[in-house]
Every structure is written in structure tokens, then in C-alpha cells.
Design a protein around this ligand. Sequence first.
Ligand SMILES: Nc1ncnc2c1ncn2[C@@H]1O[C@H](COP(=O)(O)OP(=O)(O)O)[C@@H](O)[C@H]1O
Ligand SMILES: [Mg+2]
Length: 283
Amino acid sequence: MNDYIIEFSNVKKYFQLSQGGLGKNRKIVKAVDDVSFKVRRGATFAVIGESGSGKSTMAKMLMKFEEVTEGKILVDGEDISKMKDKDTLKSYRRKVQIVHQDPTSSLNPRKTIKEIIEEPLIVHRMGNAAERLERVRELIQVVDLPVSFLDRYPHMLSGGQKQRVGIARAIALNSKLIVLDEPTSALDVSVQSKVIDLLKRIQKEFNLTYVFITHDLALVKNFADYVIIMQKGNLVEEGSTEELFNNPKQQYTRKLLKAIPVIGDDEQAFLDRIQLDEYTISM
Ligand SMILES: Nc1ncnc2c1ncn2[C@@H]1O[C@H](COP(=O)(O)OP(=O)(O)O)[C@@H](O)[C@H]1O
Ligand SMILES: [Mg+2]
């Protein structure tokens, strides 16, 4: 088997804007501009960049929600732009899943948690009703939620709990490649680290490859193996997490690193105490 599960070769995605000029004067957004990289199987591969740098567009191309303008994306050595017929696409969708940024808008409010986690199993015709229920019960426990939550609706869950449901659904089909598009940026900091811990545990348990998209470099340090830095559609720097944190080559990367707050033990204890006080006051 190929060491690399994903290979981007000179990938471009240009959007033509409908407003703003006609013919030659039409405005073009170069969302992703000539980007190449490889993702090692089983790794956590972080894509870092400010808002608008092209991260979600890369995820959408990888998911086949958007076609590439130019270049090639190989997944398991196969050119995904060549996948056109319904069956090929369907089997590709079993292989790659995504966890979205905002769990509130990505979970259908009219469906129960059971129905939400079961949906991919139904779409891909996995098992009968009893076998699917068994699988759903197993999945909710994998993400550390009680089985009693299966009858609830998304609005009855906290942000972190909803994101756990999103993760359970993403692994329901045993997909080996999971795209995490800012999975914790809608969550409180204390909840963020718990979700990251869960993702780490699941990755080991099921041998997953993660493409972890974030604008938050602080989250990456103890999670990712390899990092690419995106700026305005261009890949400006890449390296192992250690290399990048210890020896950033680009001015831009240094700027991002400097923006990470450094918290010592005393300060952390102080902050914890303040939070506790605030909590007590608001009770
Ligand atoms: N469907 C689209 N049509 C036009 N422009 C788009 C579309 N999707 C994304 N863009 C533009 O492409 C750039 C990259 O967007 P995106 O990939 O969402 O960035 P990020 O996820 O890093 O915030 C932005 O300038 C955005 O406005
Ligand atoms: Mg985005």
C-alpha cells in the first residue's frame, strides 16, 4: 500500500464571481492556487491559515463537493476528479468523511441523535434495523455519550456533545480518512481540549488519518504530526510539527507562532481561580 493516503499536485481552485465586471473584467478569486502536499497514512495532518486562506475549499475538493480547476488530487493513489459515476462516488464517500465547524448547523434539528448517527448506515445500506441500532449504540458509547441520548434532539445537547455526535456519525461507516474542518472552534476552550482528547483516542483505536483544519496554531502542537501553513490560497510553509514550532522559516509562520498565548503554571492557576469565581458569582 502507498505510504501516502492523499496527494495534492498543483491543485488550483478559482471561483469566477458573477458580479463585478463582464468578459475579461470578470473577477476571479484564487481560493487555492497551485498547492501540492502529501498526507501520510495514519497521521494527523494540520492545515493552518487565517480565515479566507483556502482551507475549507481544499476540504470541499477532497470531499468531492467542489471540482478542482486545475491539478490533481489522489486518494489511495486514485485520481478523484475521474470519479464521476454514482456508484464510484458513493464508495468514495464511504472512505472519506467530514466533521464540520458548527455542530448546530450541521446536525438536522428535526432528527433524533439516533436518526442522525444512523443516516449514513441507511444511505449505504448497512445491515437491518436491529443491526443498525446495535451499531448506533456502540458508536454513541465510543464518543463517551450515554445511550439515553439517542432519543434526544440536537437542541437538547451542549456544543461539545453535539460535536461528539458529529464525530460518531463520521466514523459510522468505518471511514479511514476524516476531515476535521475547525471541529472545535465553535466550542469553549475547556470543551475544546476534551474533544481533541477524544479525537486522539479514536484515531488510535480505529487507525484514522486526520486532515485537521484550524486557524488556531495552539491546538496543533500536541495533536498534529505535520503542518502546512496556508496564506491567501498559497502554501507558504510546511514541516513536521516539531520543525515548524522550533524552527519556523517564514516570517508569516513566526508571526502566527508569536500570537499563541504562553501560559505558565502560576498564570494558569490564577486563570482557573478567576473562572471559578465568575462561576460562583453567576450562580
Ligand atoms: N463558492 C465560492 N464562490 C466564490 N468565492 C468563494 C467560494 N468559496 C470560497 N470562496 C472564496 O475563496 C477564498 C477561500 O475561502 P475558504 O476556503 O472558505 O477559506 P477558509 O476556510 O480558509 O476560511 C475566500 O476568499 C472565499 O471568499
Ligand atoms: Mg473555513
